[in-house]
Design a protein around this ligand. Structure first.
Ligand SMILES: [Zn+2]
Length: 334
């Protein structure tokens, strides 16, 4: 097993149940929201670096970026991109950040811009930094939307995601954070109507994970690609390297006008976004295949494969070894 500070540990850690009741969450959430609406200074949360500042990347499409890192007190678990799309009748949120508190700040940012109801909370995939803010959005009429395999994947990892990241962040910043499973599973390409604009939701084959879902807005041709695209932050492989390369290849045939990566800038063009990810995954796949052919062990392969990519990415040491290990396990059965 590789030592890793990954936010989704491969090995089991001790399981614990969070003693936070629904009522406690609602009281906490209401108090935080009331303070936010009253314009009270949120000194505690600011100090933990979890302020949300969405930028409008296209008319009615907003994205707030996160820090590049693993869960740590300094970033408050705000380490991935999240956004929202405002229609004439409803708002759709795409990913909710890594804690209930980050989710609540995202909700506060939405409320500062519109009083239209949040109709949909869409999760791009199972990873905790993208889904653990969901609890802040629970309410009447809100659909939680995800790939049809998201519920099973998230349920299987729920206790680990909660206990591991709570330990990394501290109980206070993690307060009220819970797993919220999708209420609307997506099995085939599905359209959601927000009034005046439609979102095209596409579930993918196993790639970054086995539950990647992309969202494309009809009005602006912006696509939220979740962690199928990383920029700056090294890609992390938790699905299939072959599937991921296939999905990116297919996407390149008809790319959106602008894309939103799961980690990186708020918006990018397809080509500069996809090229480094494909190059990285190709390097890993090619070096791992060569190592397997030469009869090298997984340990030897981890030390040598795709080291040419080291200077190109942040968090390389945190994730690259695990990526190689995952690719090795997949490709040795080719
Ligand atoms: Zn991810």
């Amino acid at each position: 097993m590789i030592a890793s500070k990954s936010l989704y540990p491969a090995s089991d850690v001790s399981l614990r149940t969070l003693p936070i009741s629904r009522q406690q969450f609602l009281v906490g959430a209401a108090a935080m929201a009331a303070a936010a609406f009253a314009g009270a200074p949120a000194a505690a949360t600011s100090a933990q670096g979890t302020d949300i500042h969405p930028v409008e990347i296209a008319p009615g499409v907003f994205v707030a970026t996160g820090a590049h890192g693993v869960y740590a007190p300094a970033n408050g678990g705000d380490i991935s991109n999240k956004g929202f799309i405002i229609g004439d009748t409803a708002v759709a949120v795409v990913d909710t950040g890594g804690t209930a508190r980050v989710g609540l700040e995202l909700l506060r940012a939405i409320r500062a811009l519109t009083d239209r109801p949040v109709g949909y909370v869409i999760n791009t995939h199972m990873h905790p930094d993208h889904v653990l803010g969901n609890a802040a959005f629970r309410g009447e009429g809100v659909q939680f939307v995800g790939h049809h395999k998201l519920a099973a994947a998230l349920s299987a990892r729920a206790e680990r995601y909660l206990s591991y990241n709570r330990d990394a962040l501290g109980a206070e910043a993690f307060e009220s954070t819970e797993i919220v499973l999708p209420t609307q599973p997506i099995e085939t390409v599905t359209t959601i109507d927000l009034g005046g604009r439609q979102l095209r939701l596409e579930p993918h084959r196993t790639a970054h994970t086995d539950n990647d879902l992309t969202i494309r807005d009809s009005k602006t041709d912006v696509a939220f690609l979740g962690d199928l695209i990383f920029a700056g932050h090294v890609p992390t492989l938790d699905g299939s390297i072959r599937g991921w390369l296939t999905v990116l290849g297919e996407m390149g045939a008809k790319p959106a006008r602008k894309i939103v990566p799961g980690h990186g800038p708020a918006a990018m063009d397809w080509q500069p976004a996809a090229t480094p990810v494909i190059r990285y995954l190709d390097a890993v796949a090619s070096d791992v295949r060569q190592a397997i052919k030469a009869g090298r062990t997984m340990r030897e392969t981890i030390a040598t494969a795709a080291q040419s990519e080291r200077g190109a990415w942040e968090l390389f040491d945190e994730f690259h070894g695990r990526n190689v290990s995952a690719a090795f396990a997949e490709l040795e059965w080719e």
